[in-house]
Design a protein around this ligand. Sequence first.
Ligand code: NDP
Ligand code: 2IT
Length: 445
Amino acid sequence: MKILSNVMEQVLKRNPNEPEFHQAVKEVLESLEPVAERHPEWVKAGIFERIVEPERQIIFRVPWVDDSGKVQVNRGFRVQFNSAIGPYKGGLRFHPSVYLGIIKFLGFEQIFKNSLTGLPIGGGKGGSDFDPKGKSDGEVMRFCQSFMFELARHIGENTDVPAGDIGVGGREIGYMYGMYKKIRNDFTGVLTGKGLTWGGSLVRTEATGYGLCYFMEAALAAKGKSFNGATVVISGSGNVAIYATQKVHQLGGKVVALSDSNGYIYDAEGIKLDTVKQIKEVERKRISEYVKYHPNAIYTEGCSGIWTVKCDIALPSATQNEIDEESAKALVANGCYAVGEGANMPSTPEAVEVFLKNKVIYGPAKAANAGGVATSALEMSQNSMRYSWTFEEVDAKLKDIMVNIYKNASAAAKEYGDPDNLVLGANIAGFLKVANAMYAQGIAY
Ligand code: NDP
Ligand code: 2IT
């Protein structure tokens, strides 16, 4: 790095002990070096220094009472990172590992992802270190209500529109929406991922997994390949993993492995998705239960072993840094020729290096998993119109958006001299639109 090395140094100094945020920023700044060379006016206007600093960071206390009557205290976050091209938009993550550095990395990535969708949404992210696992519905509800009691004053349909992420699905969005409405006396599209009878969009539930497959379908087709007949490994067994599995099966591929944070299942005949949905969505149990229904399947303790399962295509859809260098090498050694990221930043920088060196068709997260937030933006449009599109209409728009993201990322990669490098292409294509808007809106902004 030359022009932008000072920016990175400042990020490290100003944000100590936030390795995930450093990792996300470093990758983007490395990609943007040739852009800085072409745009001295952006360098002069401090666009790069400004884009790595959130516009606003909110940290708040979330007190709630558990089923035994004990008072619990969690920490809540909302990082409003960039509003140059639209209201802050991005999910809420409830997971014990959440701290400011995780929310900042996710919020930073969201800026470029949201720009890539072509829709008018800025970047933001939030969440809490609350662990929904093992909690009763009542406990989850009281936590969500307390969380929204504070968050409500910072968000709004034209200001900041949160949605789900790890640990936040339809149930949690419902509890939060109810509380927002009670506080504000206002029925608006302030959250996305809502239920279908109260403002939700068809396809939002399926969108990230489906979108991931649409993106990868385009990337595979460019190299004369497809999902049809391919063996696929998908990590996680939550929202993204489940609907990626469904779409792979519709496209003629066979998903043979899924995981959770405890371990992974292997089913050589292909994963039976109805069983997974029953275990994860209805019963909220562990993926290990799967072998009770399908004794021919194998459960292995420990989640990283999933990358040693032989496959053609891998779709990491659990969490950040789940594929390290060793796992990436194992995938390549077993003949895996494509990796599409359903999760945010699931591959370490060393793993990405392995994929790029070995000419793996590699779909980076901010491009490949943008279908979720894109459909959230479609939900916002429908809410503004007080109208709903059909499943087929939303699905067609989603597919169109994902194919366009592939085309734009691919074109930017070509223009900047590294045609197959979609990391470079996605980072640059996402950045250009935001930088243009920031430049036009002046420096006080
Ligand atoms: P869910 O909460 O529905 O599912 C998460 C899955 O990942 C679970 O199987 C969970 O296992 C596993 N997982 C979570 N944390 C870890 C961990 N630290 N180690 C191992 N496994 C883990 O979340 P989503 O499916 O919504 O999100 C998955 C990924 O996709 C995240 O990276 C998220 O940021 C990203 N994403 C989500 C979008 C969405 O629309 N929902 C949109 C774009 C990206 P367990 O149950 O054991 O915790
Ligand atoms: O990481 C993501 O893009 C999401 N969790 C979805 C965000 C959204 O606003 O739908």
